[in-house]
Design a protein around this ligand. Structure first.
Ligand SMILES: Nc1ncnc2c1ncn2[C@@H]1O[C@H](COP(=O)(O)OP(=O)(O)OP(=O)(O)O)[C@@H](O)[C@H]1O
Ligand SMILES: [Mg+2]
Length: 239
């Protein structure tokens, strides 16, 4: 992989204490996350597994401050996400990367422009931002497709663009929600290779929700969720 950034920050630790999130009204409440505690060391990789509806996505959304926890504490690096005010949360969100199952690229923008989206728009720095986007696209093996629209790219290529976008602001933590869920198995393997390589090269902390046993087996550890709780933690040797 090309060295996309020499000054990239190190991975950050993630610590959760008794985190809870319910959805719905009084009559029909769903405890999506029901008292989760975990310590995830800086620079390590964990797979979140468990059947559909067990709370994997909700947990990632809480950690990424896409949704707010009802109770408990979430600490990511130096930020107490659960105590942060709006301005601090906005700054925090720029320090983490999110990769989704359905890529979520903007269809009218080229790969390069999609990667530049998270960078705060600033005309004077547009050239630097484009150069940075090109570095990241090279790092994910798409140097020659920077000008392509998402519709002109394969699923695996689109997910590579999404990963480049997630990395453009040098996150200390990358949250991935079923990143291989829409890909065939050999393309999925390439995406896993890429994520683990990013972790190895930059030390980016990774949390990956997945139904893919092959992906989970390659992570340093797996957390099995059931009904919003951690049912089991499996330590592996990764690789
Ligand atoms: N915005 C929401 N409103 C109401 N209920 C929700 C909402 N988001 C999630 N839920 C519920 O919370 C529970 C956990 O959902 P979540 O999406 O976290 O599960 P998951 O483990 O990611 O499942 P999957 O493997 O299918 O992606 C489910 O019962 C789901 O229906
Ligand atoms: Mg999910």
């Amino acid at each position: 992989m090309a060295d996309a950034s020499a000054d990239r920050g190190d991975g950050v630790a993630v610590v959760l204490e008794d985190v809870r999130k319910t959805f719905g009204t009084r009559d029909a409440r769903i405890s999506a996350v029901d008292g989760v505690g975990l310590v995830h060391e800086a620079g390590s990789v964990v797979a979140l597994t468990g059947r559909s509806g067990s709370g994997k996505s909700t947990l990632l959304h809480l950690i990424g401050a896409i949704e707010r926890a009802d109770a408990g504490t979430i600490r990511v690096g130096g930020t107490v996400v659960t105590a942060a005010r709006r301005a601090e949360l906005a700054a925090y969100r720029r320090t983490i990367g999110f990769v989704f199952q359905r890529f979520h690229l903007l269809p009218a923008l080229t790969a390069r422009d999609n990667v530049m989206v998270p960078l705060v728009p600033d005309r004077r720095r547009a050239r630097a931002a484009a150069a940075r986007a090109d570095e990241l696209l090279a790092a994910v093996g798409l140097a020659d497709r920077a000008g392509a629209l998402p519709s002109q790219l394969s699923g695996g290529q689109q997910q590579r663009v999404a990963i480049a976008r997630a990395l453009v602001a040098d996150p200390g933590l990358l949250l991935a929600d079923e990143p291989t869920g829409n890909l065939d198995s050999s393309t999925g393997t390439q995406i896993i290779d890429l994520l683990l390589e990013l972790n190895a090269v930059y030390g980016t902390t990774l949390m990956i929700a997945t139904h893919d046993p092959a992906l989970a087996a390659r992570c340093g550890a797996s957390i099995v969720m059931r009904d919003g709780r951690i049912a089991q933690r499996i330590e592996g040797d990764g690789g």
